[in-house]
Design a protein around this ligand. Structure first.
Ligand SMILES: C[S@@+](CC[C@H](N)C(=O)[O-])C[C@H]1O[C@@H](n2cnc3c(N)ncnc32)[C@H](O)[C@@H]1O
Length: 159
């Protein structure tokens, strides 16, 4: 079917700092909010999630993905139950600073933002990856690297 000029999908793009309120967006604007691999860089995760919740239409969902708490623990060391900023320098010299905390703390943050967990996914690598990237495939098949959460609005967000 050919694309119609009456297609209701909005094609606009806005660049936004997730540490700031979404003052350009009204309440109940979006059916789906995708937060891909970014929530662990945000300073006040509960405030950001509560803002995203405000933007959800009734019945809308927020999909959040991030590095898996056990992967962060293995990378940073110490106790699994520690929470705090981790600073890593990647090849090429780029400094990478992110928030690390155990799974229970992430679920507490979602609840504090007025979000209920509907589904949690711990990704495993596709078998097709085994041939091209056997080392990474072996690692990700053994230790979870990433996690995703599907969230729905629950109670009013606590301030
Ligand atoms: C690991 S990349 C993920 C990029 C993309 N979402 C994806 O899944 O491929 C993390 C991204 O988060 C962005 N980021 C970090 N802090 C941010 C903030 N406070 N507001 C908006 N974006 C931020 C970075 O610029 C970077 O593009």
């Amino acid at each position: 079917m050919a694309a119609s000029a009456a297609c209701p999908i909005s094609r606009s793009a806005v660049q936004h700092d997730l540490d700031a309120p979404f003052d350009w967006a009204d309440d109940s604007t979006f059916d789906i909010v995708l937060v891909a691999l970014v929530i662990h860089y945000v300073h006040d995760r509960v405030a950001t999630l509560a803002e995203l919740r405000r933007l959800l239409r009734p019945g809308g969902r927020i999909i959040v993905s991030s590095s898996h708490p056990t992967a962060d623990w293995i990378a940073a060391g110490g106790s699994y139950f520690e929470a705090g900023h981790v600073e890593e320098t990647w090849s090429g010299g780029m400094t990478h600073r992110y928030w690390r905390q155990p799974l229970q703390a992430w679920l507490d943050d979602f609840a504090s933002a007025g979000l209920a967990l509907e589904r949690l996914v711990e990704h495993q690598p596709a078998l097709s990856m085994a041939h091209e990237h056997p080392t990474t495939y072996g690692k990700l098949a053994r230790e979870p690297g990433f996690i995703a959460y599907r969230l729905a609005a629950s109670i009013p967000a606590s301030a």
